[in-house]
Design a protein around this ligand. Structure first.
Ligand code: 5AD
Ligand code: SF4
Length: 434
């Protein structure tokens, strides 16, 4: 039986698809690269915003056409949408398999049946003994999921309901996976969790926290770059910032979602910090790691957001001068506290306008950030050929910026020093330093 796995949404989903692939492979299934060769199509889904879900409903609808030509074809929904929508996916969307994020060990049993559903959440499952298959891999960058679930209950967010309670994997299993990846040639590893700074594992009676784990992974080899995502500002500790500063191979890049610049909105979102407290964390980073890049997530048009609140978000962006940002308009999610208690009262047009203002501002800030790099030299890890120009390579700096430069005799996986000579708001261009 041939299985094709399609992944939407976050990096965590990419890592999870690798786990699903491994479970199926161990049970004798073939993994194929094209849906045309598949007997089973599994779609790993995201439920964070309504438009992500709409896309999946459309995709499933289109696949019903493929099913007409190939009647034995089975379609499965796995991940957050499976958890959120449960049997309605079987009744309304006519899928054959529904498997939530904590049921992947049973995926081989589920795909044998029709109308099979398992969406039970677990308080222990971390899949730590399953070494995932690196799907869609470039051979250089890989993800390691170190903890699962989230208990922060930001009022707008569906994740605590779809991914359940927080639980961490043993440091030993993480280190083993990272070592294996390094031996296979991987050079850039991202430690993943909904909230990595909540990482906590009791090892022989002593708690290992995230900062310590990060240092241990970095100690595997100085040629292994280590990144992490995502951290919650309320838990960004001095120890963590010091750990990042201490090791050359822990990347100088922190993704620190702010969500809003307004204290009124932050409180309503249950973010557990004020704008001042957030800015203090930024100061801490700037003081201890002067060359650190900072990115963020932001939501425009949350329930009751006034123009003044929105202005405060723009001010926050100007103060922090983010290097990059993931920007969203608020999407009401059934089941969340915001859905139950607040009115989604900013109309669509206004949400779009506010979001566009943030996007325009960030484009300018990204350009300024890149312009500051012109004339400087960065250590770049080569990740592959540039898609637009085969005579060029691309790679990333420790700060997570993409750099394009002449290929010459360099190859994937090399570290080379590149002097930046020009930029756009999205990319740096440079020459290898001789
Ligand atoms: N609407 C819009 N954006 C959301 N996010 C989470 N929930 C919602 C929602 N209901 C965004 C947050 C989070 C990122 C992963 O997705 O910014 O950090
Ligand atoms: Fe959602 Fe907040 Fe948890 Fe992030 S920290 S996954 S935004 S509830």
């Amino acid at each position: 039986m041939n299985v094709y796995i399609e992944t939407y949404g976050c990096q965590m989903n990419q890592a999870d698809s690798g786990i699903v692939a491994k479970v199926l492979k161990q049970s004798g299934y073939n993994l194929v690269q094209s849906q045309d060769d598949a007997d089973i199509i599994l779609i790993n889904t995201c439920a964070v915003r309504d438009n992500a879900e709409k896309r999946i409903h459309n995709r499933v609808h289109d696949l019903q056409g493929a099913k007409k030509k190939k009647p034995h074809l089975k379609i499965g929904i796995i991940g957050c949408m499976a958890e959120r929508l449960k049997d309605s996916l079987i009744n309304d969307d006519k899928v054959d398999i529904v498997c939530g994020p904590d049921s992947y060990r049973k995926i081989d049993e589920l795909v044998k049946q029709s109308g099979a559903i398992d969406v039970e959440l677990s308080e222990q499952e971390t899949y730590e003994d399953i070494v995932p298959i690196e799907l869609e891999s470039d051979g250089i960058s890989a993800f390691i999921s170190i903890m699962r679930g989230c208990e922060n209950f930001c009022t707008y967010c569906v994740v605590p309901y779809t991914r359940g309670k927080e639980r961490s994997r043993s440091p030993q299993s993480i280190i083993e996976q990272a070592k294996k990846l390094f031996e296979q040639g991987y050079r850039d590893i991202t430690l993943l969790g909904q909230n990595v700074n909540s990482y906590k594992y009791n090892e022989n009676g002593k708690d290992v926290r995230f900062a310590e784990l990060l240092l241990r992974v970095a100690d595997i080899n100085p040629l292994l770059r280590v990144r992490f995502a995502t951290s919650h500002p309320k838990d960004l500790s001095v120890e963590l910032v010091e750990a990042i500063a201490a090791k050359h191979n822990i990347c100088k890049y922190i993704h620190l979602p702010v969500q809003s610049g307004s204290d009124v909105m932050l409180s309503k979102m249950n973010r557990k910090y004020t704008s001042d407290e957030y800015l203090k964390k930024i100061e801490l980073i700037r003081e201890k790691i002067p060359d650190c890049a900072i990115s963020t997530d932001v939501i425009a048009g949350f329930c009751g957001e006034s123009l003044e609140d929105h202005e405060k978000t723009l001010e926050m962006f100007k103060k922090v001068k983010y290097d990059s940002a993931y920007m969203f308009k608020y999407s009401d999610r059934p089941g969340t506290v915001a859905h139950k208690r607040f009115e989604d009262n900013i109309d669509e047009e206004e949400k779009v306008r506010r979001l566009q203002q943030i996007i325009d501002l960030q484009r300018e800030l990204s350009l300024q950030s890149n312009q500051k790099d012109v004339g400087k030299t960065f250590e770049v890890l080569v990740e592959g050929e540039s898609k637009r120009d085969k005579t060029k390579l691309f790679g990333r700096t420790s700060q997570n910026k993409v750099v394009i430069f002449d290929k010459e005799d360099n190859k994937k996986g090399d570290y080379i020093d590149v002097k930046i000579d020009s930029c756009t708001s999205a990319t740096l261009f440079g020459k290898k330093l001789l």
